[in-house]
Design a protein around this ligand. Structure first.
Ligand SMILES: [Zn+2]
Ligand SMILES: [Zn+2]
Length: 98
């Protein structure tokens, strides 16, 4: 609402896990191995299971928002507001996790 209230946006911490389904990031170790359950555009909850992504080389800071997750007053579209982007290609996307 107000102009330039937040010029020094906080840099987000590197996530510790990611959902292979919807790519939601997890910042808590507690979330690893659990259902993602992020709300999806369809209204359903994501059935994916969060997997750990603890290595620093698995992530890079989003160059669009400089790891803040925000651009101006909005959410950064490049990283979806996570501030970090998962670098690895998905291996075993056909792998079924139950
Ligand atoms: Zn998910
Ligand atoms: Zn970004």
């Amino acid at each position: 609402m107000t102009d330039s209230a937040d010029l020094t946006a906080t840099r987000l911490e590197r996530p510790v896990g990611i959902c292979p389904r919807c790519r939601a990031v997890a910042r808590s170790y507690d979330q690893i191995g659990k259902k993602c359950a992020s709300p999806q555009p369809s209204g359903a909850k994501c059935p994916g299971v969060v997997r750990g992504a603890l290595a620093s080389d698995e992530w890079y800071e989003c160059p669009s928002c400089d790891a803040t997750g925000r651009i101006d007053a909005g959410i950064c579209g490049a990283c979806g507001g996570a501030g970090w982007i998962y670098v690895r290609h998905w291996r075993g996307t056909a792998e079924r996790v139950r």
